[in-house]
Every structure is written in C-alpha cells, then in structure tokens.
Write a protein that binds this ligand. Structure first.
Ligand SMILES: CCCCCCCC/C=C\CCCCCCCC(=O)SCCNC(=O)CCNC(=O)[C@H](O)C(C)(C)COP(=O)(O)OP(=O)(O)OC[C@H]1O[C@@H](n2cnc3c(N)ncnc32)[C@H](O)[C@@H]1OP(=O)(O)O
Length: 240
C-alpha cells in the first residue's frame, strides 16, 4: 500500500524497527480512519479529484484550475503530512517543555485529512494573493452527518476555520484562531458541494480579521456566513 508523506518512519513501531527493536503489532486504526504504514511512501495530494468527487465538485475544480492559468489564482496542494518547516517552527517556539507523547504525536494527522476517501472532508483550496482571498470547494461526506441527511455544523465550522486560517497565509508568521463567529442560515444536504469564499479584511498588529460566506454551487442559497480573528503567535509567549 503506498502511503503519502516524507520517507521517514511515521509510527513508533517503525521508529523501533528503524533502531533494530522488535516492532509492536500494528493497532487496528478503525474503519473510518486511514491506516498509515511505513512501506514505500509517496507524497499524495488529497486536493486533487478522486472517484468520490461529485460532478459538481469536479466542474468547480476545473473552473478554478482554469483561473490559475494566468497566475491570478493558485491551487493549494494538501496532504495528510503537515508542512515540515511550519510544524518545526510551531514545535520549536510554541510547544512547551512537556511535549505530547511521541507515539501520540507520530499518529497526528490534520483532522480534515484523516478520513477514508469520500467519507469525510473532500475539498480543494485556491488562493488569490492580490485579492487576499481564499476559496474552498467542499463536499462533506457521509461520516460528517449532523441532523439526519444534513452536514454537522461542527464539520462546516472546521472547514470555515481551516479556510479562514489559510487566509492568513500572506501574513508572515504562524497564526491561531482566537475567535470564530458563525451564522448557520440554511442546512447543507449531506454529500452536497458548497463554496466557502473568504477574504482577509484587516490587520491590526498581531490581529488578522477575516470573513467568509458559504454558498451552494448555483449560488442561490446562502448556507452560512462567518467572521474570524486570528492572532499571530508571539515566540516570547508560551501557548499553554
Ligand atoms: C494554526 C497553527 C498551526 C501550525 C502549523 C500549521 C500548518 C499549516 C497547514 C495548513 C493550514 C491549516 C490551518 C488550520 C487552522 C486551524 C486554526 C485552529 O484551529 S487553531 C486552534 C484553535 N485555537 C486555539 O487553540 C488558540 C487558543 N488561544 C491562544 O492560544 C491565545 O489566546 C492566542 C495565541 C490566540 C492569543 O494569545 P496571545 O497571548 O498571543 O495574545 P493576547 O495578548 O491574548 O491577544 C492579542 C490581542 O488579540 C486580542 N484577542 C485575543 N483573543 C481575542 C478574542 N477571542 N476576541 C477578541 N480579541 C481577542 C487581545 O485583546 C489583544 O488585543 P490588543 O493587542 O490588546 O488590542
């Protein structure tokens, strides 16, 4: 089974094996989560079309890839392994002296990239540097159900948080969400596609103010609108 991410051992048993210790039998990762192993790894970009994508999602993806041709928009790749440098600086500056246990940390995955294909968050992000805008094309899978047949509000909040978080990409430094205000206006049918259009509104010192709306593919339904406040992390301050 080919797995993504850098070719470094990803699990504690792999770390042990790499050091010649007896590997522990792999734990069953459970049905809904991808099982990660240390066989040959390749870098997998989860923001590219896969068989679980609906026609709507593919069409929108193709439209946005076309917008990228003149360089005004950029498709943002997305794998389950995090951006090593950013993680390194985050861990160097901000994780306090009591690091999270190694075996737990080695199992860490971005929440939105840890479901089996098609069952959770299927999405692609595009960024426009000049307009300071991020667009997320999102299809919420069957494991994200809230009210019967509709998307869970927390799943939408997750994608709003992530999309707004990416909006801070043009500002230097690492940011964390300090405040998220979400209005849920119209429920989102499960497995349907929505467009999260976000923008950077203003920057005041370490504070970045962002906002977005969430619309149906035909733009006729406003599902949600939200504002967010992201704070640039101060290396002089411990997070915890
Ligand atoms: C994201 C980092 C990851 C690194 C690696 C990323 C790889 C990237 C890859 C792919 C993109 C994916 C993107 C995902 C995005 C997800 C984002 C999240 O879900 S983050 C998790 C949830 N958020 C928390 O757990 C924060 C908990 N809160 C804190 O840690 C602190 O409160 C923090 C850092 C936010 C601020 O603490 P202070 O001490 O640095 O700053 P103070 O002095 O308190 O506030 C500064 C100013 O902001 C105002 N402020 C702070 N919180 C406020 C609030 N809730 N409402 C209004 N104003 C607030 C204050 O009043 C102050 O304003 P005045 O300078 O005096 O004008």
């Amino acid at each position: 089974m080919l797995r993504s991410c850098a070719a470094r051992p990803r699990t504690l048993s792999a770390l042990r094996a790499a050091r010649g210790g007896a590997p522990r039998p792999a734990r069953d990762p459970g049905p809904a989560r991808r099982s990660f192993s240390t066989e040959k790894v390749i870098h997998k970009d989860h923001s590219l079309p896969n068989p679980s994508w609906s026609k709507d999602l593919r069409l929108l993806f193709d439209q946005f890839m076309k917008k990228c041709e003149d360089g005004s928009w950029k498709h943002l790749p997305s794998s389950e392994c995090k951006v090593p440098q950013r993680i390194h600086s985050f861990k160097t500056y901000f994780l306090d002296s009591k690091p999270v246990k190694e075996d737990q940390l080695s199992q860490a995955r971005p929440f939105t990239r840890s479901y089996e294909v098609g069952q959770g968050f299927e999405y692609a992000m595009f960024y426009n540097e000049d307009e300071k805008r991020t667009v997320c094309l999102f299809q919420g899978g069957p494991y994200l159900e809230g009210p019967p047949g509709f998307l869970h509000g927390g799943a939408l909040a997750t994608m709003i948080d992530t999309t707004l978080g990416v909006c801070t990409i043009s500002c230097m430094g690492l940011f964390m969400t300090a405040n998220l205000n979400i209005n849920f206006k119209s429920p989102i049918p499960l497995c349907s596609v929505v467009v999260i259009s976000s923008q950077l509104d203003k920057v005041e010192g370490r504070k970045v103010f962002v906002s977005c709306n969430v619309r149906s593919v035909d733009e006729k339904t406003l599902h949600s609108d939200a504002t967010g406040l992201f704070i640039k992390l101060d290396p002089e301050k411990s997070l915890t």
